[in-house]
Structure formats: C-alpha cells, structure tokens
Design a protein around this ligand. Structure first.
Ligand code: HEM
Length: 383
C-alpha cells in the first residue's frame, strides 16, 4: 500500500500521525505520479499556499453539493477570489468578531448551566457553541439551529478525497440552498446576511446571486464543523492528560493554538500548479500538477517543530498551518480562536474535573478530523 492509500484506509483515517512521521523521513514533497504530489513539509506547504501560481482546483462537478461550494470564496481563483475576499472581509470585520465576545461568553455559560453530570460533550457542547455563534453572526433564528448540524455534516462529507457520497450531500445542499434563499429575502436587520445582500444589491457586479448563496452556505459550514472539532479535539487531550488543565487555565490561548497544531480540525487542502516553472520544496512541478497539502503533517514537521508528536502548549513560535496561509487563509480564524479560548477558559474554571465516561468515537474522516461522540463526567468546581 502506498502512503496515500494508507492514509485513506480506515487505520490511516483513525490515526494518520505515524504515516505523517514516515512521510517526513522520505522528504517534504513526495511525488505520487509525474503530475501529482503530496506536500508534507511545513516550509513547502507554506510556500505553496503563499504562491499565487498555485491555485484552487476547479474541476466542474455534476454533484450539486460541490457545485455550490465552487461558487464560494473557498473555491474561487483570481480575479473572482480577490473581489469576494475584499467584500466579505469588509463585513466580517475584526470589530464584528470582537463584538461577539459577550455573546460567546453568555452562550458558553448557558450551555454549561444546562449540562448534566454525565454527557456527550460533542452533542451538548462542542456542536452547540459554534452553531449558536455562526447563526448569531448570520442572523439565523435560534429555533432553526438544530436543523443545521446534520445538513452541514452531510455537506462536508463531499469534501473528502474519496467518494463518500450516497446522495445525502446533494440533498443537504438543496435544503440549505432553499433555507438561505429564504433568509436572503428576509435578512435580520444588522446581520452579516443583510450586509452581503446590500453588496449584491449595489448592482456594481461585486457579488452575484449565486455567489451570495454559495458564500452564506460556506460560512455556515466552515464556521461550525471545524470549530466543533477544535473543541472536541482539545477536550479529548484534557481527558488523556488531566495535568494539562492548569495550562488550559493559565494560558487558554496557547492551549488552543497547540490543539490546532497537534490535532488540526482540517488535515488537508488541495492546489493545482497553474503556471509553468513552479516548484515546492525544491521539487519542480509541471503546470497542471495536482497537489495534496497535508496541513496536519506540516504541523508535525520535525524540521519546524521540535518534538512534533508531543503536545506542549509552552512551545514558542507556535504557528501551525491549521488555518492555511496566503490568499485563502481562513477568514474565521480569529472567531474560531476566540470561541476556543472562551470555551476552555470557562470549562476549566467551572469544573474541578472532567473525565472520560464511556467510549469516545471519532468520525471516520480524513479531511475534517474530529469526534462523533465524547462521553464525559463533569464535576463542578466547589463540589
Ligand atoms: C478557509 C480552517 C473556522 C470561514 C479556511 C482554510 C482552512 C480553514 C484550512 C483554507 C483552505 C485552503 O486554503 O484551501 C478552519 C479551521 C477552523 C475554521 C481549522 C476552526 C478551528 C472558520 C470559521 C469561519 C471560517 C469559524 C467563519 C465563520 C472560512 C472562510 C474561508 C476559510 C470563509 C475561505 C477563505 C478564502 O478562501 O479566502 N478555513 N476554519 N472558518 N474559512 Fe476557516
């Protein structure tokens, strides 16, 4: 079995890290064929992400789920990408994110107040927080939020490298499309949706109808499954190593950053060599070459991170590639970090102990890495 096949196998999906370590021993860029490469090194991944000669692959898809994503900023290339990016960053501002802090704190406290002593952390916390926050940001009413979890999850299944589609991703795309078309007609007064609708209505060609819809769905999907996984992956580390609780308490931001590095919610992305004369990690790449960038492996590159397989929130210069880099760097990175930091601050403040209670199970995915279920026992501080 070659490395890619091993990664895609059930064992590889469950624990890709030994395979990443093996890959690093072979080199930063590994040819799969003459025109397909696996990029595993940190420096090489960073180089590709920041070089505009490498672009997002835009293979036309007959799958409605993927077609929807193609119309979003995540799958756009110049010049469309720059046009959408400047527009969305104008409405998705650091101010708007910072202004969410009290709402995030209130959401975290509200969730904790409602948790029984024995609970599935994924179901009752890790999913609930990001969906509440992103719906708040988009102006989706609280009553509608529970609908989105299975839909977003079905839709993101279409992002996996292997065809996991049984039609559920397409059905989810249709349902989300209909829901957002309704939201676009009736946007909340000061939400992000109304700001984007105003941009479309300015009529200066900055945002088409289809792009508006594709980007709203992307924000919903990108905004919660990934953050859910950040919370779950972080809590699983605390369950394994309770002695880290004091670090999570004293420096929650450093704890979150190390979770992002050590167990990245997004394990890979893809690019295509758009022009001639490109290379990465010193390996020439003919135009048209397909690249798989293993961000999760780059985050464990021994050339960049000493003792890469050790979870160490005290490491200095910790800059994982979990949010990508360059033109497509995650627009929600400060929001995700804020949610993670507030969540872990409050969890370790309000509970004197959080222990595993039953069998944790990961989702069987490679690209978006996280838990399906994480049963825990919670002991409130002061008890
Ligand atoms: C892009 C990861 C949370 C919105 C990306 C990319 C990564 C990523 C790796 C770049 C993909 C590429 O270059 O091919 C994550 C992780 C998150 C997270 C690990 C949580 C821990 C969020 C949130 C939002 C968001 C909360 C919004 C509410 C976006 C958008 C893009 C993006 C709009 C596309 C940017 C562009 O293409 O210019 N994210 N994300 N993400 N993310 Fe996130």
């Amino acid at each position: 079995m070659n490395l890619i096949e091993s990664l895609l196998s059930p064992a590889g999906r469950a624990d890709p890290f030994p395979l990443y370590a093996e890959a690093h021993r072979l080199g930063p860029v590994l040819p799969i064929t003459d025109s397909a490469f696996l990029v595993v090194g940190y420096a090489a991944s960073n180089e590709v992400l920041r070089n505009p000669g490498f672009r997002i692959p835009t293979n036309p898809s007959s799958q409605p789920s993927l077609e929807l994503m193609q119309r979003s900023i995540l799958r756009a290339n110049p010049p469309d990408h720059g046009r959408m990016r400047s527009l969305i960053s104008q409405v998705f501002t650091p101010r708007r994110v910072a202004a969410l802090q009290p709402a995030i704190e209130a959401a975290v406290d509200g969730l904790i107040d409602g948790l029984p002593a024995e609970v599935d952390f994924m179901d009752r916390f890790a999913f609930q927080l990001p969906v509440t926050v992103i719906c708040e940001l988009l102006g989706v009413p609280a009553s509608e939020r529970d609908r989105f979890r299975p839909l977003a999850s079905d839709l993101t299944a279409a992002l996996e490298l292997t065809d996991t589609s049984d039609g559920s991703a397409d059905a989810a795309a249709r349902e989300l499309g209909e829901y957002f078309a309704h939201l676009i007609r009736n946007p909340a007064a000061d939400g992000l949706v109304s700001a984007l609708v105003a941009a479309r209505d300015a009529g200066d060609g900055r945002l088409s109808d289809e792009e508006l819809l594709g980007n709203l769905i992307l924000l919903l999907v990108a905004g919660f499954e990934t953050t859910t996984d950040l919370l779950g992956n972080g809590l699983a580390i605390l369950l394994d190593r309770p002695e880290l609780t004091s670090t999570a308490r004293s420096d929650p931001a450093a704890f979150v950053e190390e979770v992002l590095r050590y167990d990245s919610p997004v394990q890979l992305t893809t690019r295509v060599a758009h022009t001639e004369g490109l290379s990465a990690g010193g390996v020439p790449m003919p135009a048209g070459s397909d690249l798989i960038l293993l961000l999760g492996a780059a985050n464990r590159d021994p050339a960049r991170f000493p003792r890469p397989d050790e979870f160490d929130p005290a490491r200095t210069d910790n800059k994982p590639l979990s949010f990508g880099a360059g033109a497509h760097i995650c627009l929600g990175n400060s929001l995700a970090r804020l949610e993670g930091t507030i969540a872990f601050t409050r969890l370790v403040e309000r509970y004197s102990s959080i222990t595993a209670e039953g069998q944790a199970a990961r989702r069987d995915r490679l690209v978006l890495r996280g838990y399906r279920t994480l049963p825990v026992r919670l002991t409130a501080a002061g008890c």
